[in-house]
Design a protein around this ligand. Structure first.
Ligand SMILES: Cc1ncc(COP(=O)(O)O)c(C=O)c1O
Length: 451
């Protein structure tokens, strides 16, 4: 722990200073819950960020935090990456938004196609939610069918249909075949009826369900490393089952690579050997600015073509393909070259291997899953294959919150469910320190609680 950003202490003050507390109180007056984003919240409140540089964030109390959340895995180069900052300075001097197209959108489109030739054409939007929504709308328009299938527990943003069965419980998830469980209160029943739910890594059941529902399915939506479904990779057998079951009846395969695009230069579909019909992208492709994209073969992307009258799917967006997101995205993606991808993936392997070895040597009931530069900590040793096998009981949820907070006390930020993403400014020494901190926080929590 030689590079631990601040000395270890066993109270909340080690993690949260008075200025963060005051900011939280101030924020509660203008936003429900005192925070603009549910995902960033954890009790009693998160620290408020003041600035960032490389892998470090400095909060408003002046504490340095080693950032593994990286704005929910969107900062592949950490904070204030000099090529992104330079590109932004250059772009901002020329204006921030125009009611006209700009050359930057072709620059980023070409960069994506160079890396992943299957992404022949692209439409940019402002978030992963929109990217998934437009991919689903495109699939409906292409196939003329209304329904989609998604994986139980997988997160794909806030579009109604893809929120189905995001957080089902043993009481309602269905014993045999997965039930379609609404997420937001008030979700229309028709939304659940038009969303078929599949269990991750269950190839046989997937084949049966897709065959049975083929006549009404426009698309299957797959994130091959769904964080909330365990952050375990889709098995070869599951990928084969999906691809084959889609191909014959003409169900489109939409891959959500909003997080997993980082796994290979050519994206997750390249890493998993899949041939998606459409791909939803976001996060790292914007270099730290708001972005999303739907991309794929030109024959499918033609549904968005507005030059021959009303398109099958009309797509716009006041800030879609804005010059700042395009400039930052090009700079970030060009710097995330083959060498950087390989190095980050190797560092992720090292982290998972070292942490899992330490848990086993110390008989700690924990494990780390993930792939490449993405990782998630689970408070169990049971094999994790899908959402149900990583479903946490109340004591396990409490333990994960305590571990996450224990890490913050040690100066490390993970997301509230203890997942994280590495960034290129991190070093091997950082990964060793991170591993030690994680093992220490798990060990300390285990001494105080049993789960
Ligand atoms: C796999 C996946 N898809 C879609 C989204 C939605 O992206 P955004 O938050 O940009 O709307 C997320 C966000 O975390 C995600 O993880």
């Amino acid at each position: 722990m030689s590079t631990s950003p601040h000395p270890r202490s066993h109270n909340q003050d080690a993690a949260l200073g008075p200025k963060s507390r005051a900011e939280f109180e101030r924020s509660k007056a203008v936003t429900p819950g005192g925070s603009m984003r549910a995902a960033t919240y954890f009790a009693p409140h998160p620290p408020y960020a003041a600035r960032g540089s490389g892998p470090w964030v400095t909060d408003v109390d002046g504490r340095r935090i080693f950032d593994c959340a990286n704005n929910f895995f969107s900062l592949i180069h950490g904070h204030a990456f000099p090529p992104v900052v330079a590109a932004l300075h250059d772009a901002i001097d020329r204006g921030t938004a125009f009611g006209l197209p700009l050359t930057g959108e072709s620059d980023l489109g070409e960069e994506l196609r160079r890396r992943a030739p299957r992404l022949e054409q692209v439409r940019f939007v402002n978030s992963g939610t929109e990217a998934v929504m437009f991919a689903v709308k495109a699939a409906r328009a292409i196939t003329g069918r209304p329904a989609i299938a998604k994986i139980e527990g997988a997160y794909h943003g806030a579009y109604d249909h893809v929120e189905i069965s995001l957080d089902p419980t043993p009481d309602n998830w269905g014993a045999d075949r997965p039930a379609s469980v609404p997420y937001a209160k008030g979700t229309p029943r028709a939304v659940a009826e038009d969303t078929l739910v599949l269990r991750f890594n269950e190839p046989q059941q997937c084949r049966e369900l897709l065959q049975e529902h083929a006549h009404r399915l426009a698309a299957v939506l797959l994130d091959p490393l769904a964080s909330r479904a365990g952050m375990v990779p889709a098995s070869v057998a599951f990928c084969e089952a999906l691809q084959e079951s889609c191909r014959k009846p003409g169900i489109l395969l939409i891959m959500d690579e909003v997080i997993s695009f980082r796994l290979a230069s050519g994206g997750a579909h390249d890493a998993f050997g899949l041939e998606p019909d459409l791909v939803a992208l976001a996060k790292i492709i914007g270099g730290g600015l708001p972005v999303g994209a739907v991309a794929g073969p030109a024959r499918h992307m033609a549904v968005f073509d507005h030059t021959k009258g009303k398109p099958a799917v009309s797509h716009g967006g006041t800030f879609s393909a804005n010059p700042l997101s395009m400039a930052a995205g090009v700079a970030a993606m060009r710097a995330y070259d083959d060498e950087a991808v390989a190095r980050l993936n190797r560092m992720g392997d090292d982290l998972r291997q070292a942490a899992n070895m330490a848990f086993s040597q110390r008989s700690l009931p924990a494990q780390m899953t993930g792939l490449g530069s993405l990782f998630r900590l689970h408070p169990s040793t049971a094999a994790i294959t899908d959402y149900r096998s990583c479903y946490q009981k109340a004591a396990q949820k409490t333990a994960i919150s305590a571990i996450q907070f224990g890490l913050l006390e040690r100066g490390y930020l993970l997301t509230p469910n203890c997942s994280g993403a590495l960034s290129t400014p991190m070093t091997d020494a950082d990964i060793r320190d991170l591993t030690a901190a994680i093992v220490e926080a798990v060990s300390e929590t285990r001494s105080a609680n049993s789960w």
